[in-house]
Write a protein that binds this ligand. Sequence first.
Ligand code: SF4
Ligand code: SF4
Length: 277
Amino acid sequence: MLEKTGIATREQIEKLLPSPGRRAEGPYAVMECFQKIPCNPCSTSCAFHAILPMDDINDIPSVTPDKCTGCGACAAVCPGLAIFIIDESKGGGTGTVTLPYEFRPLPGIGETVKAVNRAGEVVGDAVVTRVLPGKKTKTPLVTIEVPLSLVHEVRFIRCEAHQEEDPSVADTLREIPAPPQTADIGEQDDEVVICRCEGVTLREIRDLIREGYTTVDEIKRISRAGMGPCQARTCGPLIAAEIARMTGEPLGSVAPSAHRAPVKPLPIEFFLGGDTE
Ligand code: SF4
Ligand code: SF4
């Protein structure tokens, strides 16, 4: 189910929750991180050692609820935006959800926003009670108050009125240049960055083609274009298009770069038989 929809089931969420007694005591972290991926900032960020050490970086994080204070430090550093701080101890039939919110403008304290579930559906209204701007981590945390019945449902907010009112949001989006398309690569300025992961410009690609590097793999090896986290998803077709344009070869005859399956990173001593020197 999760693999097909990206949405965790109720059973999967319930397995992550602490005991009812711990839930009534105060805030706690829920880590909706279900797959083995090479990632561990949550574990290293917890000053209370509430997240079990991840001996293997691919381990799935696991919280010890009795050590967790609900401070939210882990939620602010999780690149997967997968950590939520839940507080069911307030009483009065409401609880709070603290969630990562990487949009601008940030909502204001006291603002009523739409509460959204994991499927992106609006399930009710929520009131913003705290906003941490995330100056250091770049991930703001927004705390909202919702009916207690929704604390395990709501995982995002929509501030529609706020965004419609603020023209700077639309202006900012207009200012972000779209990446070039393969069809118009020839019209592009030399200084356009073709490989955003490795910061390689079109000028560098063109210089290499003039020097005689006329396959995507050759250019990748010599410039590092395509070796970053996106693994040439964006720059690969653009480099192929520029090779075709400059050499006059049909685009279909320019071989794409070799792709390898993602593998787990290994320390260099693994290849040296344990020798670390
Ligand atoms: S909320 Fe704070 S104490 Fe709890 S796991 Fe995250 S960093 Fe640790
Ligand atoms: S930081 Fe977030 S995505 Fe990475 S392992 Fe921890 S919970 Fe999962």
